[in-house]
Design a protein around this ligand. Structure first.
Ligand SMILES: N[C@@H](CCC(=O)N[C@@H](CS)C(=O)NCC(=O)O)C(=O)O
Length: 330
């Protein structure tokens, strides 16, 4: 067994020349390599909706403020300076799937992006990160799709976290049955229920909203002014918007909803190590992916302390292991 410090590894992996423009794969896709790609991401929703929320609910109408705050307000995450103990032999590998270049365009704090990174890390597929500026999105100007995550595999574009994972898995295991009842049901539960419980929790109080935005703006790809405006403006705005979200999703007590979701998941395991049995399946990876960024925020700490999910979560951390992201060309 070997101990791997995730931050130390990333510290090495993320030093990339931010001004380097590199042609990806066939040379048809050009992108700006990330300045840094820290570990742990989380955010929910889309900016368009958020912009409407700001205008509708908060009376904020200055377009640049709306864009600036809206670009990040659903985001939060936690630093994951965890010691990982991973045995190389335990890492599942994509036997026949050895793409030369996998690039993930992401927001550091996006839950959907984190689903994808959990999958790539678990299967030990090397990938490059391009951290997208949520305000001007210049890194994904080349694409018609305006959300993240976007993945390119040797130039082939894939969008939408679940579709990306399905496509990658089928490339690795062409016979895999993606319609397995239990796995499909719980993957759907992640997108339709779990992610909606997270925002009201991470922006529940003003200190929690500030904690979340401190992470988002520190780790994400922001300019200096964008960072300041987003941090305080975003935290304040999101504190109020999260109250609206509570109502929208019929949540009366944020923590009760989070703890309830965690317990629901543990019940679904029915005493098994993972939903997939002795190994994680796609539902395990999806739940883990969206929870990973909040793990070290107050809401995540509370969740671990007050529910039974901790054992499964720790086991997932061990099995997903260290990020398989690689540094780009410099
Ligand atoms: N269903 C999509 C949702 C993706 C999504 O909503 N991503 C958000 C970030 S968490 C986004 O890019 N929103 C648009 C924006 O920020 O402008 C998926 O699973 O990938």
């Amino acid at each position: 067994m070997r101990g791997v410090n995730r931050f130390t590894l990333l510290g090495k992996a993320i030093r990339i020349d931010s001004t380097t423009i590199s042609a990806i794969s066939s040379g048809t896709i050009r992108h700006r390599l990330p300045q840094f790609a820290p570990y742990g991401t989380f955010s929910i929703g889309n900016t368009q909706w958020l912009s409407h929320s700001l205008i509708d609910h908060l009376g904020i109408s200055n377009p640049s403020v709306v864009r600036s705050i809206g670009g990040v307000m659903y985001s939060s995450a936690a630093a994951a300076s965890l010691n990982q103990h991973v045995h190389p032999d335990e890492l599942p590998r994509a036997a026949e799937f050895k793409p030369k270049e996998v690039v993930l365009y992401q927001y550091e704090a996006c839950p959907f992006c984190n689903k994808v990174t959990a999958f790539l890390d678990y299967y030990n597929i090397p990938y490059q990160i391009v951290e997208v500026n949520p305000i001007n999105k210049k890194e994904i100007k080349w694409s018609n799709y305006k959300k993240v995550p976007i993945v390119t595999v040797e130039g082939e574009q894939m969008v939408d976290s679940s579709d990306i994972i399905d496509k990658l898995l089928i490339k690795m295991h062409p016979d895999y049955d993606l319609n397995g009842d239990e796995e499909k049901k719980w993957r759907g539960w992640v997108d339709q229920h779990l992610v909606h419980v997270l925002s009201p929790n991470i922006y529940r109080t003003v200190p929690e909203a500030l904690e979340s935005f401190d992470y988002i703006t520190t780790r994400g790809n922001f300019g200096f002014t964008e960072r300041l405006v987003s941090k305080y403006g975003g935290a304040a705005a999101m504190y109020f918007v999260s109250k609206k979200l509570k109502k929208r999703h019929n949540i009366t007590d944020e923590r009760a909803a989070l703890y309830g979701a965690a317990e629901q998941w543990v019940d679904a395991l029915k005493g098994r190590k993972f939903l997939g049995g002795s190994d994680p399946n796609l539902a395990d990876l999806a739940v883990f992916g969206v929870l990973r960024p909040i793990r070290h925020l107050k809401s995540g700490r509370d969740m671990i302390q007050h529910t039974r999910i901790g054992e499964w979560y720790s086991e997932m951390e061990r099995r997903v292991g260290q990020p398989s992201r690689i540094s780009g060309q410099s």
